[in-house]
Ligand binder design. Structure first.
Ligand code: PHE
Length: 340
């Protein structure tokens, strides 16, 4: 039986076919149920047990060789069949899909561009901060509720290492290093220990603005913010300043814009008031200038801070803040045409 097998091995090595049909004939001759190789497997069952080990090995080698050879012959014809047809140059190409910027990046870039036109440059500060830069230097009294564990994420057990709760800490970092005139904005991430809902998240983004020079007045602040609102939400936009309180500005205000959706007539975005709040602002408190070694007799300044999520939600009518952090492609794909 071994002789027969070896003979077939040699035979198969030399096989050739002129066409796909011939290759198929060969497959039938050797590998079909009644083919030569299969016949040997039948014969194998009849040989004495002590020979089975040796013969079985060679028989299996024969089978794989036959399979490989016939597949090789068939593949050859399949490939040449394709090349006969040639490449169809009229087929549409495979396009590589363009990514899109995240809506928050689009709006941040737009804010940066608008303020760049007014001469503001960009600075950044660390997200992991200390109590001094987030609170103390900004005139927060020691017992102020914003220092409470409820708002601030502390790192490990050290109460002096924390995640910044606002970008106002960058005001301090910049004032420490630079003497006026200072005219800059600071975009970045901030962190607050808040329950996540459609309107609030524990991580969000702010853009802070700071302008310090001789004779900077509240009128300058108002004019700067009006320019920003019109550039961002359209030339019809009106602004309204309401008195407010921040430890680091005096006087302080919150700014509303006329609702960009209903144009001030009243809708559910502005809760039928015609106005939506978009930022906090005020004149830099002289105590804050002093803490950073800036002459508060000579210089005055204004500061403002706005949430990028809030502005983006208003601009693109997004109803749920959590969408920004879910990376759902169906959401993100909608901003492909809005890149800057
Ligand atoms: N830091 C304030 C906030 O997070 C916003 C603000 C910035 C207010 C600058 C006044 C001046 O709410």
């Amino acid at each position: 039986m071994l002789d027969k097998i070896n003979q077939l091995v040699e035979e198969i090595k030399g096989l050739a076919a002129q066409s796909a049909e011939e290759a198929e004939q060969l497959r039938i001759k050797y590998l079909s149920k009644k083919g030569l190789v299969s016949q040997l497997f039948d014969e194998f069952k009849t040989i004495p047990n002590e020979q089975k080990r040796e013969v079985g090995k060679v028989l299996n080698v024969l089978k794989t060789q036959a399979l490989d050879k016939i597949n090789e012959l068939k593949d050859g014809f399949a490939a040449s069949a394709n090349s006969e047809v040639g490449t169809d140059l009229t087929l549409p190409g495979t396009s590589s899909e363009l990514g899109s910027r995240h809506p928050l990046s689009i709006v941040k870039n737009e804010i940066v561009e608008i303020f760049a036109r007014l001469g503001f440059n960009v600075a950044e500060g660390p997200e992991i901060e200390d109590d001094y830069h987030v609170f103390t230097a900004l005139n927060f009294p020691p017992e102020h509720p914003a220092r409470d564990m409820q708002d601030t994420f502390f790192i490990a057990t050290n109460p002096d290492v924390l995640l910044r709760t606002h970008t106002s800490s960058v005001q301090v970092r910049v004032m420490e290093k630079t003497q006026p005139p200072i005219r800059a904005i600071f975009p970045g991430r901030v962190f607050r220990n808040e329950a996540i809902s459609a309107r609030a998240h524990c991580i969000f983004h702010q853009v802070e603005g700071l302008y310090i020079d001789e004779n900077v007045s509240f009128a300058d602040l108002k004019q700067t913010l009006l320019y920003f609102a019109k550039e961002m939400f359209g030339p019809e936009t009106k602004i309204r300043l309401r008195p407010s309180y921040f430890p680091f500005t005096e006087p302080s205000a919150e700014m509303d814009i006329s609702c960009s959706l209903c144009g001030g007539k009243g809708c559910n975005v502005c809760k039928y008031t015609g106005w939506v709040e978009i930022l906090g602002c005020g004149m830099v408190d002289p105590e804050v200038l002093k803490a950073s070694n800036i002459d508060s007799e000579k210089y005055t300044g204004f500061a403002f801070g706005m949430g990028i999520e809030r502005i983006t939600m208003l601009k693109y009518q997004i109803k749920d803040i959590r969408l920004f952090f879910e990376n759902d492609k169906r959401f993100l794909d909608q901003f492909k045409s809005a890149q800057i």
